[in-house]
Design a protein around this ligand. Structure first.
Ligand code: FES
Length: 104
């Protein structure tokens, strides 16, 4: 089971800077890419850097410490020094609010 949780206003979303939220024990970085919203764990799989301060380029989130790129859609690590994927979270906008699907 899972549940959708309201984590804030859609106007807070950006295509260039993640929106970091902490909900139900999960730290999540949310990014808008075109019409879609993507959520990934707010913790780099290389060495644990927060991705809340990351840059976003072409639907990729770039770790601010060593520069690993991750695909926002799949969480896949695209460049070293990260090799393990980020956990992803389904997200969407509904009535101007951002909803994230949290595993139960
Ligand atoms: S901590 Fe993210 S690339 Fe090293």
């Amino acid at each position: 089971m899972s549940k959708w949780v309201d984590v804030g206003a859609a106007k807070e979303l950006s295509e260039t800077e993640p929106l970091a939220v902490f909900v139900e024990g999960f730290a999540i970085a949310l990014v808008r890419c075109g019409e879609q919203v993507y959520g990934v764990q707010d913790l780099c799989t290389h060495d644990g850097e927060t991705l809340g301060n990351a840059q976003v380029e072409d639907c990729q989130i770039v770790c601010p410490r060593h520069g690993a790129h991750f695909c926002l859609k799949t969480g896949q690590a695209l460049t070293p020094p990260a090799y393990e994927p980020l956990q992803t979270f389904a997200a969407r906008v509904d009535n101007g609010r951002v909803l994230v699907e949290i595993p139960a």
